[in-house]
Design a protein around this ligand. Structure first.
Ligand SMILES: *Cc1c(COP(=O)(O)O)cnc(C)c1O
Length: 406
């Protein structure tokens, strides 16, 4: 399929380019020491991860430890409640071990660390979800795990901090600046620059310098590849539309990877939070402009000084002031349509899916559910497949305290 001069038959061969570009987005904008480390990871990725042995081991782990393939569920009662005849389906990443899609790339990254002979994995975490997924992978492979986390986030995310510690990870408190995610990223990169001979950095989404956007997409593409095959088996055809929420963009990119070359409408949903004013949302692709942060060029939300702007969303996994470079590319190309869902719509969808289907979704995933429902209301027939990126157990106390039972 050719779309806006891009041939999607050969898309994965051509994007990213050898130096990590999706059009003008991506690249590797970091210090010379870290360039060396990234070159080592790129080389290892291109050789080790393409080997039969690595692929077979990762497949076995996905089956025996992660519980893959995760199913697709037909959301019958939700579809009936909409009444247009449009059928909704969910890809159940909430049933992936540890309750979300993040383990898909963490197991890949940690297996690569093992094959490279590294002893340690290093990462930052904001809300703690990436830290928990990486601590899970590190425990499985017997790797040390240092998770850098701002002091403010440590206090806010006590259950995830406890999980990381139970899994054997070291949670390193970062007390610089505002003591949140940005400072944690800087501290983790600084530690990595010192330790890269024995450690690898594991990024939590399709973000950061090359090769991470490529590597994380490829590890997450298991979601889209499984989903396409399962959906065709179940219904005899492709879905008319697929929907996923976009923070950094890893669950979305994984899902989209299975369908980019198909006649399927693709929607990436960003958080509109409390509204359109800067600081009230994290819809970077919708409201941002081109810029470089955290080692890559993409579309980002900037403050008056051109620095990453403060962002907000009810879903802590979506409040990042940029998105992966491949999303910026697909956005400009028009292959994926990016739209927004606000906090209120999200919480409604959280309760609707729980009540009608017996599935409590993560607040992040509830953005995709809300959009899938809206879409089904405007379509006359057909089907919509939603990527349910994670389960909502982590969010229940917060939702009840802030919104009550609806
Ligand atoms: C972290 C997280 C997200 C957002 O990350 P992406 O990289 O955009 O996928 C979405 N859903 C859940 C459940 C998460 O934990």
């Amino acid at each position: 399929m050719i779309f806006n001069n891009v041939n999607f038959d050969t898309y994965f061969k051509n994007y990213p380019t050898e130096d990590g570009f999706f059009g003008k987005y991506g690249g590797c904008y970091i210090s010379p020491e870290l360039q060396t480390a990234m070159k080592e990871i790129t080389h290892a990725y291109n050789t080790i991860c393409k080997s039969r042995k690595f692929i077979d081991e990762l497949r076995r782990i996905r089956r025996e430890f992660q519980g893959r393939p995760t199913p697709i569920s037909h959301l019958q009662r939700l579809s009936d409640s909409i009444g247009t005849g449009v059928q909704l389906y969910a890809k159940r990443e909430d049933l992936n071990h540890s309750g979300a899609h993040k383990l898909n790339h963490c197991m890949g990254e940690a297996l690569l660390a093992k094959y490279m002979g590294k002893k340690k994995v290093i990462a930052e975490t904001g809300a703690g979800q990436h830290g928990v997924a990486l601590a899970t992978a590190a425990a499985y492979f017997g790797l040390e795990c240092d998770i850098y986390m701002g002091k403010v986030d440590i206090e806010k995310q006590a259950p995830n901090v406890a999980r990381m510690k139970i899994l054997g990870a070291k949670v390193v408190e970062v007390t610089d600046g505002l003591q949140t995610l940005k400072e944690a990223v800087d501290a983790a990169f600084a530690a990595y620059a010192k330790e890269y001979k024995d450690a690898i950095y594991c990024i939590g989404s399709v973000l950061g310098p090359h090769p991470f956007p490529l590597m994380v997409r490829d590890f997450q593409s298991v979601v889209g590849i499984e989903a396409r095959e399962q959906f065709v088996d179940m219904t005899g055809e492709l879905p008319d539309a697929i929907v996923a929420c976009v923070g950094g963009g890893s669950n979305a990119m994984g899902m989209f990877a299975g369908f980019l070359n198909d006649p399927v409408d693709i929607y990436g949903i960003e958080p509109l939070g409390r509204g359109t004013a800067l600081g009230d949302h994290a819809a970077s692709l919708k409201y941002g402009t081109e810029g470089i942060m955290h080692g890559f060029n993409s579309i980002m939300l900037k403050d008056e000084n051109g620095e990453p702007a403060p962002v907000y969303s009810v879903a802590s996994g979506l409040d990042y002031p940029s998105s992966g470079p491949e999303h910026a590319f697909l956005h400009d190309l028009g292959r994926v349509k990016y739209d927004v869902i606000n906090d209120e719509e999200t919480i409604d969808a959280f309760f609707t899916l729980s009540r009608l289907e017996g599935i409590i979704p993560a607040i992040e995933s509830s953005h995709a559910v809300a959009y899938g429902i809206k879409l089904a209301q405007t379509m006359k027939k057909g089907s919509v497949l939603i990527n349910l990126s994670g389960r909502g157990d982590k969010d229940m106390d917060y939702v009840i305290e802030k919104y009550g039972i609806r």
